[in-house]
Design a protein around this ligand. Structure first.
Ligand code: UFG
Length: 343
Protein backbone atom coordinates (compact mmCIF):
# COMPACT_ATOMS: atom_id res chain seq x y z
CA UNK A 1 0.00 0.00 0.00
CA UNK A 2 1.20 3.49 -0.84
CA UNK A 3 2.19 5.49 2.20
CA UNK A 4 0.46 8.76 3.07
CA UNK A 5 2.77 11.68 2.42
CA UNK A 6 3.05 14.81 4.57
CA UNK A 7 4.60 18.10 3.49
CA UNK A 8 6.56 19.69 6.33
CA UNK A 9 7.20 23.35 5.57
CA UNK A 10 10.00 24.66 7.72
CA UNK A 11 11.09 21.06 8.17
CA UNK A 12 14.74 21.99 8.66
CA UNK A 13 13.87 24.01 11.75
CA UNK A 14 13.82 22.98 15.38
CA UNK A 15 10.26 21.69 15.69
CA UNK A 16 10.01 20.76 12.00
CA UNK A 17 13.00 18.42 12.01
CA UNK A 18 11.83 16.57 15.13
CA UNK A 19 8.36 16.26 13.64
CA UNK A 20 9.75 14.87 10.37
CA UNK A 21 11.47 12.12 12.38
CA UNK A 22 8.30 11.19 14.28
CA UNK A 23 6.19 11.17 11.10
CA UNK A 24 8.64 8.77 9.45
CA UNK A 25 8.74 6.61 12.59
CA UNK A 26 4.94 6.47 12.43
CA UNK A 27 5.02 5.20 8.84
CA UNK A 28 4.47 8.39 6.81
CA UNK A 29 6.43 9.65 3.83
CA UNK A 30 7.74 13.16 4.35
CA UNK A 31 8.72 16.00 2.03
CA UNK A 32 10.56 18.90 3.61
CA UNK A 33 10.36 22.44 2.23
CA UNK A 34 12.56 25.12 3.74
CA UNK A 35 14.23 28.35 2.63
CA UNK A 36 17.02 27.93 5.22
CA UNK A 37 16.62 31.54 6.35
CA UNK A 38 16.88 30.43 9.96
CA UNK A 39 17.79 26.77 9.65
CA UNK A 40 20.53 24.51 8.45
CA UNK A 41 20.79 21.58 6.05
CA UNK A 42 22.53 19.65 8.85
CA UNK A 43 19.14 19.26 10.50
CA UNK A 44 17.83 17.50 7.39
CA UNK A 45 20.93 15.31 7.37
CA UNK A 46 20.22 14.54 11.02
CA UNK A 47 16.67 13.50 10.14
CA UNK A 48 18.01 11.22 7.40
CA UNK A 49 20.58 9.70 9.72
CA UNK A 50 18.12 9.02 12.54
CA UNK A 51 15.46 7.49 10.28
CA UNK A 52 17.64 5.87 7.61
CA UNK A 53 15.32 7.46 5.03
CA UNK A 54 16.56 9.74 2.27
CA UNK A 55 13.89 12.37 2.95
CA UNK A 56 13.40 14.73 0.00
CA UNK A 57 14.11 18.35 0.82
CA UNK A 58 13.18 21.25 -1.46
CA UNK A 59 14.84 24.61 -0.97
CA UNK A 60 12.00 27.04 -1.50
CA UNK A 61 10.51 30.13 0.07
CA UNK A 62 6.82 29.56 0.80
CA UNK A 63 6.30 33.29 0.15
CA UNK A 64 7.27 32.70 -3.50
CA UNK A 65 3.95 31.38 -4.76
CA UNK A 66 5.18 30.30 -8.20
CA UNK A 67 8.23 28.46 -6.90
CA UNK A 68 6.19 26.86 -4.13
CA UNK A 69 3.62 25.69 -6.65
CA UNK A 70 6.03 24.30 -9.23
CA UNK A 71 8.71 22.85 -6.96
CA UNK A 72 6.45 21.38 -4.30
CA UNK A 73 2.72 21.15 -5.07
CA UNK A 74 3.14 20.06 -8.70
CA UNK A 75 5.90 17.59 -7.85
CA UNK A 76 4.77 15.76 -4.73
CA UNK A 77 1.57 13.95 -3.88
CA UNK A 78 0.73 14.73 -0.29
CA UNK A 79 -2.66 15.09 1.32
CA UNK A 80 -1.44 16.78 4.45
CA UNK A 81 0.70 19.76 5.34
CA UNK A 82 2.30 20.78 8.62
CA UNK A 83 3.15 24.43 8.35
CA UNK A 84 6.08 25.52 10.51
CA UNK A 85 7.76 27.94 8.11
CA UNK A 86 7.73 31.29 9.93
CA UNK A 87 9.95 33.83 11.64
CA UNK A 88 9.83 33.40 15.41
CA UNK A 89 11.92 35.91 17.32
CA UNK A 90 9.62 37.97 19.54
CA UNK A 91 12.11 40.85 20.03
CA UNK A 92 13.03 41.09 16.36
CA UNK A 93 9.35 41.22 15.45
CA UNK A 94 8.94 44.39 17.53
CA UNK A 95 11.77 46.04 15.57
CA UNK A 96 10.79 44.66 12.15
CA UNK A 97 7.02 44.22 12.20
CA UNK A 98 6.65 44.28 8.41
CA UNK A 99 9.14 41.43 8.01
CA UNK A 100 7.01 39.35 10.37
CA UNK A 101 3.64 40.24 8.89
CA UNK A 102 4.90 39.79 5.32
CA UNK A 103 6.70 36.52 5.91
CA UNK A 104 4.39 34.75 8.34
CA UNK A 105 1.10 35.79 6.76
CA UNK A 106 2.11 35.50 3.09
CA UNK A 107 3.62 32.06 3.43
CA UNK A 108 0.58 30.81 5.34
CA UNK A 109 -1.90 32.23 2.84
CA UNK A 110 0.11 30.74 -0.01
CA UNK A 111 -0.01 27.30 1.62
CA UNK A 112 -3.76 27.49 2.06
CA UNK A 113 -4.38 28.79 -1.43
CA UNK A 114 -2.29 26.03 -2.99
CA UNK A 115 -3.95 23.41 -0.80
CA UNK A 116 -7.33 24.65 -1.99
CA UNK A 117 -6.30 24.66 -5.66
CA UNK A 118 -4.61 21.26 -5.54
CA UNK A 119 -7.29 19.74 -3.27
CA UNK A 120 -4.93 18.78 -0.47
CA UNK A 121 -7.26 18.57 2.52
CA UNK A 122 -5.38 18.49 5.85
CA UNK A 123 -3.33 21.18 7.54
CA UNK A 124 -1.72 21.49 10.95
CA UNK A 125 -0.73 25.00 11.93
CA UNK A 126 1.95 25.83 14.52
CA UNK A 127 0.25 28.19 16.87
CA UNK A 128 1.39 29.27 20.29
CA UNK A 129 0.20 29.87 23.82
CA UNK A 130 1.20 33.45 23.12
CA UNK A 131 -2.39 33.92 21.86
CA UNK A 132 -3.59 33.77 25.51
CA UNK A 133 -1.43 36.71 26.61
CA UNK A 134 -1.31 37.05 30.40
CA UNK A 135 -4.16 34.74 31.39
CA UNK A 136 -6.55 35.60 34.23
CA UNK A 137 -6.82 31.98 35.32
CA UNK A 138 -4.47 28.97 35.27
CA UNK A 139 -4.19 26.51 33.67
CA UNK A 140 -5.43 27.72 30.28
CA UNK A 141 -7.89 25.66 28.28
CA UNK A 142 -8.71 26.14 24.61
CA UNK A 143 -11.77 28.12 25.77
CA UNK A 144 -9.62 30.64 27.65
CA UNK A 145 -10.14 33.90 25.76
CA UNK A 146 -7.36 35.04 23.49
CA UNK A 147 -5.88 38.42 24.36
CA UNK A 148 -4.38 41.12 22.16
CA UNK A 149 -0.89 40.03 21.20
CA UNK A 150 2.13 41.54 22.94
CA UNK A 151 4.26 41.48 19.79
CA UNK A 152 3.90 41.41 15.99
CA UNK A 153 5.15 37.81 16.14
CA UNK A 154 2.37 36.88 18.54
CA UNK A 155 -0.12 38.77 16.42
CA UNK A 156 0.81 36.71 13.35
CA UNK A 157 -0.11 33.58 15.32
CA UNK A 158 -3.53 34.99 16.22
CA UNK A 159 -4.08 36.23 12.67
CA UNK A 160 -3.05 32.93 11.09
CA UNK A 161 -5.48 31.08 13.37
CA UNK A 162 -8.24 33.36 12.08
CA UNK A 163 -7.15 32.98 8.47
CA UNK A 164 -7.29 29.22 8.91
CA UNK A 165 -10.71 29.28 10.59
CA UNK A 166 -12.21 31.49 7.87
CA UNK A 167 -10.60 29.55 5.01
CA UNK A 168 -11.90 26.24 6.35
CA UNK A 169 -15.38 27.76 6.54
CA UNK A 170 -15.14 28.96 2.96
CA UNK A 171 -13.30 26.19 1.10
CA UNK A 172 -15.02 22.86 1.05
CA UNK A 173 -12.91 19.86 1.86
CA UNK A 174 -10.28 21.80 3.82
CA UNK A 175 -9.69 20.67 7.41
CA UNK A 176 -7.27 22.04 9.93
CA UNK A 177 -5.87 21.75 13.41
CA UNK A 178 -4.09 24.56 15.23
CA UNK A 179 -1.71 23.31 17.89
CA UNK A 180 -1.00 25.90 20.56
CA UNK A 181 2.46 25.03 21.80
CA UNK A 182 3.69 26.01 25.22
CA UNK A 183 7.50 26.24 25.64
CA UNK A 184 9.28 23.59 23.54
CA UNK A 185 12.68 22.52 24.91
CA UNK A 186 15.18 19.66 24.68
CA UNK A 187 16.48 17.64 21.77
CA UNK A 188 16.24 14.25 20.12
CA UNK A 189 17.78 11.53 22.35
CA UNK A 190 20.27 10.71 19.56
CA UNK A 191 21.66 14.27 19.91
CA UNK A 192 21.70 14.42 16.08
CA UNK A 193 19.10 17.19 15.91
CA UNK A 194 18.18 19.96 18.34
CA UNK A 195 17.70 23.69 18.62
CA UNK A 196 20.20 25.81 16.64
CA UNK A 197 19.79 29.45 17.66
CA UNK A 198 21.58 32.00 15.50
CA UNK A 199 23.61 34.50 17.49
CA UNK A 200 22.82 35.12 21.15
CA UNK A 201 19.98 32.83 22.25
CA UNK A 202 16.81 34.65 23.33
CA UNK A 203 15.17 31.59 24.88
CA UNK A 204 15.95 30.23 28.29
CA UNK A 205 17.16 26.68 27.65
CA UNK A 206 19.58 27.42 24.78
CA UNK A 207 21.00 30.22 26.92
CA UNK A 208 21.41 27.79 29.81
CA UNK A 209 23.16 25.15 27.70
CA UNK A 210 25.46 27.70 26.04
CA UNK A 211 26.39 29.07 29.46
CA UNK A 212 27.12 25.55 30.69
CA UNK A 213 29.28 24.99 27.58
CA UNK A 214 31.25 28.17 28.31
CA UNK A 215 30.01 30.12 25.27
CA UNK A 216 28.21 32.62 27.51
CA UNK A 217 29.65 33.92 30.71
CA UNK A 218 26.53 34.18 32.82
CA UNK A 219 22.83 33.52 32.49
CA UNK A 220 20.56 36.39 33.49
CA UNK A 221 17.35 35.45 35.26
CA UNK A 222 14.93 38.11 34.12
CA UNK A 223 13.23 39.08 37.37
CA UNK A 224 12.83 37.43 40.78
CA UNK A 225 10.17 39.78 42.10
CA UNK A 226 7.14 38.46 40.24
CA UNK A 227 4.07 37.38 42.22
CA UNK A 228 5.01 33.68 41.99
CA UNK A 229 6.24 31.34 44.79
CA UNK A 230 9.96 31.98 44.09
CA UNK A 231 9.55 35.31 42.28
CA UNK A 232 10.58 34.05 38.83
CA UNK A 233 8.26 33.51 35.83
CA UNK A 234 6.42 30.25 35.31
CA UNK A 235 6.10 28.33 32.01
CA UNK A 236 4.97 24.95 30.78
CA UNK A 237 8.09 23.36 29.25
CA UNK A 238 7.15 20.73 26.70
CA UNK A 239 9.65 18.19 25.44
CA UNK A 240 10.38 18.58 21.74
CA UNK A 241 9.90 14.87 20.92
CA UNK A 242 6.56 14.84 22.75
CA UNK A 243 5.57 17.97 20.84
CA UNK A 244 6.60 16.37 17.54
CA UNK A 245 4.43 13.35 18.36
CA UNK A 246 1.44 15.62 18.90
CA UNK A 247 1.68 16.59 15.23
CA UNK A 248 1.57 12.94 14.20
CA UNK A 249 -1.62 12.39 16.19
CA UNK A 250 -3.19 15.53 14.68
CA UNK A 251 -2.36 14.44 11.13
CA UNK A 252 -3.63 10.93 11.77
CA UNK A 253 -6.88 12.29 13.20
CA UNK A 254 -7.59 14.19 9.98
CA UNK A 255 -6.48 11.42 7.63
CA UNK A 256 -8.76 8.99 9.47
CA UNK A 257 -11.61 11.53 9.49
CA UNK A 258 -11.90 11.44 13.23
CA UNK A 259 -12.07 15.19 13.75
CA UNK A 260 -15.26 16.49 15.30
CA UNK A 261 -15.09 19.89 13.58
CA UNK A 262 -13.38 20.92 10.36
CA UNK A 263 -11.27 23.34 12.43
CA UNK A 264 -9.98 22.27 15.82
CA UNK A 265 -7.60 23.73 18.39
CA UNK A 266 -5.49 21.89 20.96
CA UNK A 267 -3.17 23.04 23.70
CA UNK A 268 0.10 21.11 23.62
CA UNK A 269 1.70 21.28 27.03
CA UNK A 270 2.42 19.13 30.05
CA UNK A 271 -0.06 20.73 32.45
CA UNK A 272 2.79 21.54 34.84
CA UNK A 273 4.10 25.03 35.56
CA UNK A 274 7.84 25.32 36.27
CA UNK A 275 9.62 28.51 37.33
CA UNK A 276 12.83 29.80 35.77
CA UNK A 277 14.72 29.21 39.03
CA UNK A 278 13.32 25.70 39.37
CA UNK A 279 14.38 24.90 35.82
CA UNK A 280 17.92 26.13 36.47
CA UNK A 281 18.13 24.08 39.65
CA UNK A 282 16.89 20.96 37.85
CA UNK A 283 19.29 21.47 34.95
CA UNK A 284 22.25 21.62 37.34
CA UNK A 285 21.06 18.63 39.32
CA UNK A 286 20.40 16.21 36.45
CA UNK A 287 23.51 17.18 34.50
CA UNK A 288 25.77 17.36 37.56
CA UNK A 289 27.16 20.81 36.87
CA UNK A 290 27.11 24.31 38.25
CA UNK A 291 25.65 27.11 36.21
CA UNK A 292 26.80 30.69 36.46
CA UNK A 293 23.68 32.83 36.79
CA UNK A 294 22.55 36.12 38.27
CA UNK A 295 19.30 37.88 38.92
CA UNK A 296 18.69 40.65 36.38
CA UNK A 297 15.85 43.13 35.81
CA UNK A 298 12.58 41.96 34.31
CA UNK A 299 12.45 41.57 30.52
CA UNK A 300 9.88 43.77 28.77
CA UNK A 301 6.79 41.94 27.57
CA UNK A 302 7.24 38.78 29.66
CA UNK A 303 4.13 36.96 30.82
CA UNK A 304 4.25 36.25 34.57
CA UNK A 305 2.88 32.73 34.45
CA UNK A 306 1.20 30.39 32.01
CA UNK A 307 0.68 26.67 31.85
CA UNK A 308 -1.62 24.41 29.87
CA UNK A 309 -4.64 22.37 30.60
CA UNK A 310 -3.87 19.63 28.03
CA UNK A 311 -7.02 17.57 28.79
CA UNK A 312 -8.51 18.10 25.35
CA UNK A 313 -5.37 16.88 23.57
CA UNK A 314 -5.13 13.96 26.03
CA UNK A 315 -8.71 12.86 25.41
CA UNK A 316 -9.28 13.74 21.79
CA UNK A 317 -5.85 13.22 20.23
CA UNK A 318 -4.89 10.42 22.60
CA UNK A 319 -1.66 12.36 23.10
CA UNK A 320 0.12 12.98 26.37
CA UNK A 321 3.48 14.46 27.29
CA UNK A 322 5.64 11.49 28.26
CA UNK A 323 9.25 12.47 28.74
CA UNK A 324 10.13 13.74 32.19
CA UNK A 325 11.65 17.18 32.69
CA UNK A 326 14.85 15.43 33.83
CA UNK A 327 15.12 13.49 30.58
CA UNK A 328 14.42 16.61 28.55
CA UNK A 329 17.08 18.66 30.34
CA UNK A 330 19.62 15.86 29.90
CA UNK A 331 18.80 15.75 26.16
CA UNK A 332 19.23 19.54 25.88
CA UNK A 333 22.70 19.32 27.43
CA UNK A 334 23.68 16.27 25.34
CA UNK A 335 22.78 18.19 22.20
CA UNK A 336 24.86 21.21 23.23
CA UNK A 337 27.79 18.90 24.08
CA UNK A 338 27.44 17.18 20.69
CA UNK A 339 27.47 20.58 18.93
CA UNK A 340 30.57 21.78 20.78
CA UNK A 341 32.43 18.50 20.82
CA UNK A 342 32.35 18.33 24.64
CA UNK A 343 32.83 14.84 26.12
N1 UFG B 1 14.50 33.91 30.61
C1 UFG B 1 15.52 34.30 31.45
N2 UFG B 1 16.76 34.47 30.92
C2 UFG B 1 17.03 34.28 29.60
C3 UFG B 1 15.99 33.89 28.74
C4 UFG B 1 14.73 33.71 29.28
O1 UFG B 1 15.32 34.49 32.63
O2 UFG B 1 18.18 34.47 29.19
C5 UFG B 1 13.16 33.71 31.17
C6 UFG B 1 12.11 34.62 30.55
O3 UFG B 1 12.10 35.85 31.21
C7 UFG B 1 10.86 33.79 30.75
C8 UFG B 1 11.35 32.34 30.67
O4 UFG B 1 12.75 32.40 30.87
O5 UFG B 1 10.36 34.02 32.03
C9 UFG B 1 11.08 31.70 29.32
O6 UFG B 1 11.58 32.56 28.31
P1 UFG B 1 11.72 32.11 26.79
O7 UFG B 1 12.28 33.28 26.04
O8 UFG B 1 12.46 30.83 26.71
O9 UFG B 1 10.23 31.80 26.35
P2 UFG B 1 8.95 32.75 26.35
O10 UFG B 1 7.97 32.10 27.26
O11 UFG B 1 9.26 34.15 26.58
O12 UFG B 1 8.55 32.67 24.80
C10 UFG B 1 8.11 31.47 24.28
C11 UFG B 1 8.46 31.37 22.80
C12 UFG B 1 7.68 32.34 22.00
C13 UFG B 1 6.23 32.29 22.34
C14 UFG B 1 6.03 32.43 23.82
C15 UFG B 1 4.60 32.23 24.19
O13 UFG B 1 9.84 31.60 22.59
O14 UFG B 1 7.84 32.00 20.64
O15 UFG B 1 6.75 31.43 24.49
O16 UFG B 1 4.37 32.68 25.48
F1 UFG B 1 5.55 33.29 21.73
Amino acid sequence: MKKECVLVSGGAGYIGSHTAVELINAGYDVVIADNFSNSDIHAVEGVRKITGVDVPCVEVDCCDMEAFRSKVFEKYEFNSVIHFAASKAVGESVEKPLKYYRNNLTSFMNVIELMRDFKRPNIVFSSSCTVYGEPDKQPVTEQTPRKPAESPYGNTKTMCEDILRDSIKAYEGLKGIALRYFNPIGAHPSALIGELPRGVPQNLVPYITQTAAGLRECLSVFGDDYPTPDGSCIRDYIDIVDLAKAHVTAIRRMIENRNKEAYEIFNIGTGRGVSVLELIRKFQEVNHLKLNYKIAPRRAGDIIAIWADPTRANNELGWKAERTLDETLVSAWNWEKHLRGIK
